[in-house]
Design a protein around this ligand. Sequence first.
Ligand SMILES: [Zn+2]
Ligand SMILES: [Zn+2]
Length: 376
Amino acid sequence: MRAPVLLRGVPLSAGAAPALIQVNPTLHGSVDLKATRTRDGANMRAMVFDGAGAALRPASLPDPTPGPGTVLIRVLACGVCRTDLHVVDGDLAAPKPALIPGHEIVGRVVACGAGVERFAPGERVGVPWLGWTCGTCRYCRAGAENLCERARFTGYTLDGGYAEYAVADARYCFAMPPGLGDAASAPLLCAGLIGYRALRFAGDARRLGLYGFGAAAHIVAQVARHQGRTVFAFTRPGDAASQNFARSLGAAWTGDSTLLPPEPLDAALIFAPVGTLVPAALAAVRKGGTVVCAGIHMSAIPSFPYELLWGERRLCSVANLTRADGEEFLELAPRIPIRTTTTEYALDRANDALAALRAGRIDGAAVLVPGAPAAG
Ligand SMILES: [Zn+2]
Ligand SMILES: [Zn+2]
């Protein structure tokens, strides 16, 4: 019989004996107390970012402990996002020192800090990029917590999921829907839901262009098709594999990003971090159309003639996510249902996963699976 989910000491006041948290037996069958164990004082494996230019470092770190309002999660899978590449390349300023990257965490709650009522040990949860907001700045008060002046981000200014365990503020975690496995669910948490936020910025566009057909586009294409839109997929010139992949997910037309589509687009979403795509996409949308830049970082946008913007074309960016985006998307995903394409890597192969993503060798998304055997 499979051992029950391990139990974990809960941090109490100093000197108190660690409490055992019982996995909810209605969720996970009977619990054999003799088989339970704690990891008090144990170390976890993690991959650590020490600064731009260096590979992530395998490390053995003390297990994190959940403080008030947070949950301790055993990481089952953590997606590898292009934003992680921007972190390790130093494109994003001031990451947390000795950072554990990773912001597409699917895991199981093993302990809850004081005051956590949303989740119980044993539940499968997701941890996204938005890890904490202040609740008091002008953006938070206006319902735009994605723009919070003091926001903290998982795997950037907070430790993330390239590890066996992670701690997260329970208010920013999501209950993960059933229907997809752990690794398959991970890309929903950033590629999926920030892609979904970008798609909403496209309004009721029927003819939708997707520039860069990676993790986000391969999910957004499925949502767009579900909504009855026609998808035009643009890839790096000559990338036949990505174009075939896009057609397999329902794209009506695929082509090089340097080409114009056979008919003008109503909107275009740019997922590739390439500034030259902005004038290319503006040239591809009709008057009144919208171009949405969906990445956190982009190379410089070259100057372009005003005619490309003229005609009430709109150009905007999408930043981060709100919890409402996540709740809405994770409710929708199993109804479509979204299917993801993933390539799994053991935790200690995180650098290989990042290299494959950088080289464009990943169809869909790369995902780290800490429970997989180490490559050695
Ligand atoms: Zn705020
Ligand atoms: Zn991301």
